[in-house]
Design a protein. Structure first.
Length: 120
C-alpha cells in the first residue's frame, strides 16, 4: 500500500502595510509566522519617474523577537530594486525560520513605496 503526501501552498502574507513602506530609517513591516520551510518573497516598488529601494528580509526563531520583547533578527536576503514607475524582484528560500519580516533600508523617487509579499 502506498501513501501520498500533499504539500499545501498558496498562502500569501503582506509583510508591509497595504500602502507599502515609504520611508527608510530602516523601516520594518509587521513580522509574520512562517509555517513552512518553503517560501517566496516578492518586493514591489511603485512611484513616479526613477525609483530605487533596498529591501532586506530578516528571520528569527525567537518567539520573544516575534512578540517584540527582544531583537534577535538576522538578515537572510537583500533585494535591490531600480526602475521607472514600477519595479519588482524576488527570491525563494528553503529555510525553516519560524518568523520573518521585511524592511526597507533605502528608498528614493517621487511617491515611492515598497510592498513585500511572502508566499508559502
Amino acid at each position: 500500500m502506498s501513501m501520498n503526501a500533499w504539500i499545501k501552498s498558496g498562502k500569501i502574507y503582506n509583510l508591509t502595510t497595504d500602502a507599502g513602506i515609504t520611508t527608510a530609517t530602516p523601516t520594518y513591516g509587521t513580522p509574520a509566522y512562517k509555517d513552512s520551510p518553503y517560501a517566496s518573497f516578492q518586493a514591489i516598488e511603485t512611484g513616479t519617474g526613477a525609483i530605487t529601494a533596498t529591501v532586506i528580509i530578516q528571520a528569527s526563531n525567537d518567539q520573544a523577537t516575534f512578540e517584540g520583547t527582544a531583537s534577535n533578527w538576522i538578515t537572510i536576503a537583500t533585494i535591490s530594486l531600480s526602475g521607472t514607475t514600477s519595479t519588482t524582484d524576488g527570491l525563494t528560500t528553503v529555510a525553516p525560520w519560524k518568523y520573518v519580516r521585511a524592511g526597507v533600508t533605502a528608498i528614493s523617487g517621487t511617491n515611492a513605496a515598497v510592498k513585500v509579499l511572502m508566499g508559502v
